[in-house]
Design a protein around this ligand. Sequence first.
Ligand code: ADP
Length: 261
Amino acid sequence: MTLFSPAVASQATRSQREPELRASIIQVNGLEKTYNTARGALTLFHGLDFEVEAGAMVAIVGQSGAGKSTLLHILGALDTPSMGTVYCASTNVAKLSQREAASFRNREIGYVWQFHYLLPEFTALENVAMPLLARGTSKRVALDVAANWLREVGLEERGDHRPGELSGGEQQRVALARALVNNPRILLADEPTGDLDEITAGRVFGLIERLHASHGLTSILVTHNLDLAARCTRAFRLESGKLTLLPTPQNRPSTGTIESI
Ligand code: ADP
């Protein structure tokens, strides 16, 4: 089993030094995903096991086609496993009906993709308010809460701008506000800075780090950028269906242990 556990030395020292650490919020056991393709069955993750401790910020790197997006989709109940159990925020995501999965995503998961997928005909404020409106919040409250989130991402002046009037970094900041407006416990980000220049990518990543910390999130980020991955609690490479810990500074033994069996 591979544990994505940040800084776990012994229970005694952990409770003294790191009282903020909590139990696992994601538990995956025996995960397999098989796609039927024109070339036959394609199976990803041959029995993948891992856990993510609440509050961790985990990076996943790996070659295109390794299954990174599929893994995020399964964790976020956008896709289903073919085998194995996946508990995410105390929910067995494989057992959800489509309706339950939509409700689970709305409550528990903030999702950010490489491309912002903001609705072009709505303003930034309306885009951020959308998940609240989807769960039945009144328009007045939804717009108020959305305005607060735009302030959190530094775009309070841009609420009435449409996505096409914003830069790539600003669009991604609006997408982050939209992802978090329902106060989810888990942020899943699939190449969130992949479409941005280096400086803007660093700024957006810094914003993710800040929001992760200030909102007590558990975050899983897929990225090709090893420098950004090294800033996470843990960084893993997904290769041949397995997760291997990367030797980043934060992954060194002095900050914790990782178990593999
Ligand atoms: P990554 O995010 O690491 O680039 P993906 O998770 O997108 O990888 O895809 C992993 C593999 O699964 C790829 O070979 C891809 O073609 C395949 N795949 C993904 N989704 C589907 C699907 N819906 N049907 C068939 N094959 C798929």
